[in-house]
Design a protein around this ligand. Structure first.
Ligand SMILES: Nc1ncnc2c1ncn2[C@@H]1O[C@H](COP(=O)(O)OP(=O)(O)O)[C@@H](O)[C@H]1O
Ligand SMILES: [Mg+2]
Length: 316
């Protein structure tokens, strides 16, 4: 294989990766976020400071939450710019580990462009956070992998993080909306604190089911083939292939995309113009190191493979 082909493959795959697929779960999420932004802007324009509201997005690992939130934040930015609200902003961080009150505050402060010595106490850090949120006219703060706020810290830490989120949302001078995304355990935070839950809309990204979504996934593959300028082979346009792919991707939308891109990569590397099931089986093998006996693109009774375990091992 020439190094030129490897380079070209990498470039083409990077372009395909950049493309965001508008699945039908995204629009309701975007509509809710847009409404939250508009409500806050209306309050700001009227000089009102009613408490902010937030949003919690949950779903299993690989379902597409981080990608959806990135897209949402980007579109939120565009929305503010288009409507003459350039001075307002939104911020996104990944919850750090350990998710203590102090460390979360420091990470947020860094995202706001402010470094601080870790000697400082938590209350001091959060005072600064609130100051900068107001200075930067931050409407929403997004915390990704928010389940870590509940699982890593002690009970005491969970209480203090939950009450800090509440404090941010009800700040009399500058209330900030909180957006949480993470695995379903993040609901523990909301269940833990009804006052916080009252201020949050919740959205859940369901897993795919081979029966209900087999055809949608075939459309998705065709769509990717046309973007990738590959012809779809007949064996990947059968409903059974859609079912295999969903099963191999542990029923997760994002993993379906990852496997499809990995299969396209194999076709590019082999320098062929047609994408076939064998590219999927090679891609699966490379991703999981499983033998053919455990490869859902090889064996007929693919249902007996537990793909979630394979991906859980990989994404840990
Ligand atoms: N809507 C989408 N369009 C394109 N690619 C996506 C989309 N959603 C997910 N993906 C792909 O799936 C992968 C896993 O999605 P991710 O957002 O990281 O899932 P989660 O955060 O729920 O674990 C991402 O790396 C991305 O490549
Ligand atoms: Mg994620």
């Amino acid at each position: 294989m020439t190094s030129n082909r490897i380079k070209q493959t990498a470039q083409k795959i990077a372009l395909l990766r950049d493309h965001f697929i508008h699945h039908d779960r995204f629009e309701p999420l975007e509509n809710r976020f847009s409404l939250l932004i508009e409500k806050r802007l209306a309050d700001c324009e009227a000089g009102r400071t009613s408490e902010a509201h937030g949003l919690a997005l949950s779903g299993l690992s690989g379902t597409g939450k981080t990608s959806a939130m990135d897209q949402l934040m980007m579109r939120g930015r565009q929305r503010l710019d288009r409507s003459g609200h350039q001075s307002f902003s939104n911020f996104s961080i990944r919850v750090p580990s350990p998710a203590t009150l102090k460390f979360v505050g420091q990470t947020l402060l860094r995202a706001l462009g402010y470094q601080i010595s870790s000697e400082r106490q938590a209350w001091y850090i959060w005072d600064l956070v609130r100051h900068h949120l107001k200075e930067r006219k931050v409407l929403f703060v997004h915390l990704d992998e928010a389940q870590d706020l509940a699982s890593r810290g002690t009970r005491h830490e969970l209480n203090s993080v939950a009450s800090m989120l509440k404090t941010l949302m009800t700040d009399p001078e500058w209330p900030v909306g909180i957006i949480l995304s993470g695995t379903p355990e993040l609901e523990d935070i909301l269940n833990h604190d009804p006052q916080l839950a009252r201020r949050m809309d919740t959205v859940h990204f369901e897993s795919l089911s081979p029966v209900a979504h087999g055809n949608d996934v075939l459309d998705l593959i065709e769509n990717y083939c046309s973007k990738a300028k590959l012809e779809p082979g007949p064996d990947i346009l059968e409903l059974a292939h859609g079912e295999r792919l969903i099963h191999g991707a542990a029923n997760q939308f994002g993993l379906v995309i990852e496997l499809t891109l990995a299969a396209i990569e194999q076709a590019y590397l082999a320098d062929v113009s047609r994408l076939t099931r064998s590219h999927f089986s090679q891609a699966y093998h490379l991703r999981t190191s499983c033998t053919d006996m455990f490869n859902p693109f090889v064996i007929p009774d693919f249902h007996r493979i537990d793909a979630r375990q394979v991906f859980a091992r990989e994404r840990r």
